[in-house]
Design a protein around this ligand. Sequence first.
Ligand SMILES: [Ca+2]
Length: 176
Amino acid sequence: MSNIGKSLVGVASCALFLGACGPLPEGEELDGSVPGEAEVLDDSQSEEPRRVEAQTLAGDLGSAMGAPVATYPTSCTASNQWATTCRSGSSRDVSWVWRVPETATYSFSTRNSNFDTIMEIRNYKATNEVLKCNDDTGDLLTSGITLTLIKGTQLLIIVEGYGGECGNVHLNIVKR
Ligand SMILES: [Ca+2]
């Protein structure tokens, strides 16, 4: 089709879909996407921040324990703040702060979460210090970590998904 033919078709479409040919409202793009949403995160080169950003920190649990001690409706809307050190490395994550109530051995798990989780526990006061990372526990795709800890130690408990999975997070903390 010639150029003239194409522009004629264009005019015809404008007439048929009246109102669809005007200038786009400000801030709206042709494909309907929201600007900035398609940004690709590349954690491989950047240094991991040591501070905890509010949007990924689900809460400070104090020294609470329970099964679950906390839940998070969906990690699918969380941001990707941490690159965990076992398995898939980097997907959307949620994290909690927890203080060791007394020197003892504790079990942390994501049992009853509805997706394939990865859990990593770090020293909250020096978040580059990884205490332990776990992907699966036995036949379960959820994660479990057991640690003997000193009273008053503050932990950062990070839960993310294997291979980009996300969902409803259950966090369980029990004393052994
Ligand atoms: Ca897993």
